[in-house]
Design a protein around this ligand. Structure first.
Ligand code: NAD
Ligand code: 13P
Length: 352
């Protein structure tokens, strides 16, 4: 049996956290996986040293996952082609805005029988229509691509707290291989076939979590019921969006970790929530300024996804059918006050 080689394409907060699990996990399975895992690092200098050098010498991603040791079989590689070219299994985990360019660099340079999984939460508007990131990977690299989506705040996963995730693959045999590489006692995987809705859950929940964060910023922790309303209505818009524009999925997918659980954890403990709260509390600051001040190079996905979804809804003349998604986008653009989000809940179609 062929011993499989993995590569991690990305090394931000989530890429580094998943590397912690995978590195240790595949060490225990030498008959299935090669020990070394190359991790593509978008090179930068940190405290006068290259980040790849820091990771390979000190086994810590001091910028994106400080305080957590990476296993020594995780090898940082600044050249994305070198990181990916020998791999049988490619794990994509970069902010969604960089996917197309990265895939174009890799096209024709990877093993033709490789497969991929996307851990990326976001959507693509590359073709002028809204589309899935896993489709960009699949179509550019001409390989099968599933997704891993779940209630997985990276720092908590890296600390090996108990959590769950959802892996979705149309070909479940591929999914099983990824589960073997990723599942641990404290990181439990459910396997489903509904790639499209699992991925939509992961992307759309960032808009909802941003909305929930706005309520925190406006009212502190004294508005639990209001925040729950945002989460509930947002969750219903997620389902409605999937059913209207990507029909054919399973409602049960929304009850997996990638659905309801991820909406909850991101609305309480995610970066989108945190920056949204600051955005609502500081009307003179833009999202970009707050991201720079608060996230040390990490990238928010919610406001970008809200913008992409809004452009699509406009095209479909359907903005009014998704009042929460639309309002979050307008608030992000400072075209609407955060306070006015409440009016959208009050007049929402679910109450008519
Ligand atoms: P991050 O927010 O830490 O982003 C920073 C990363 O982007 C760094 O590795 C940086 O080097 C890289 N980068 C910057 N400019 C780049 C460029 N031009 N090209 C390529 N890379 C560039 O990243 P993350 O947290 O690992 O998020 C990646 C994806 O995983 C996102 O879609 C996110 O929604 C998803 N996700 C994140 C978490 C989490 O808790 N962090 C959990 C689950 C899913
Ligand atoms: P944030 O990007 O808001 O931190 O969400 C992380 C996440 O996707 C948790 O599952």
């Amino acid at each position: 049996q062929k011993i499989l080689r993995l590569a991690i394409i990305g090394s931000g907060n989530w890429g580094s956290a998943i590397a912690v699990l995978i590195g240790a996990n595949i060490k225990r399975q030498p008959s299935i996986f090669q020990n070394e895992v190359r991790m593509w690092v978008f090179e930068e200098e940190v405290n006068g040293r290259k980040l790849t050098e820091i990771i390979n010498q000190d086994h810590e991603n001091v910028k994106y996952l400080p305080g957590i040791k990476l296993p020594d079989n995780i090898v940082a590689e600044p050249d994305v082609v070198k990181a990916a070219q020998d791999a049988d299994m490619l794990l994509f985990v970069i902010p969604h805005q960089f996917v197309s360019k990265t895939c174009q660099t890799l096209a024709g340079k990877i093993k033709p029988d490789a497969s991929a999984i996307s851990l990326i939460k976001g959507l693509s508007t590359e073709t002028g229509k809204i589309g899935l990131i896993s489709d960009i990977i699949k179509n550019t690299l001409k390989i099968e691509c599933g997704v891993l989506m779940g209630a997985n705040v990276a720092n908590e996963v890296a600390q090996q707290q108990y959590c769950e995730t959802t892996i979705a693959f149309r070909n479940l045999r591929h999914g099983e291989k990824y589960r073997e590489a990723i599942q641990t006692d404290n990181f439990r995987v459910s396997l489903v076939e509904d790639v499209t809705w699992a991925e939509l859950c992961g992307a759309l929940k960032n808009i909802v979590a941003f909305g929930a964060g706005l309520i925190d910023g406006l009212y502190g922790d004294k508005a639990g019921n209001t925040k729950a309303a945002v989460i509930r209505i947002g969750f219903m818009e997620m389902i409605d969006f999937a059913e209207t524009f990507f029909p054919g999925g399973y409602r049960g997918t929304f009850l997996e970790s990638c659905g309801i659980a991820d909406v909850i954890t991101t609305s309480y403990g995610g970066r989108n929530r945190r920056v949204a709260a600051a955005f609502a509390a500081q009307p003179n600051k833009s999202i970009e300024e707050l991201q720079t001040e608060m996230l040390n190079g990490q990238q928010l996905q919610g406001p970008g996804t809200a913008e992409e979804v809004n452009a699509f809804l406009k095209q479909k003349n359907a903005e009014d059918d998704f009042p929460l998604f639309t309002a979050v986008h307008r608030v992000c653009k400072r075209d609407m006050k955060p306070q006015d989000l409440i009016a959208q809940l009050r007049d929402h179609p679910v109450h008519r």
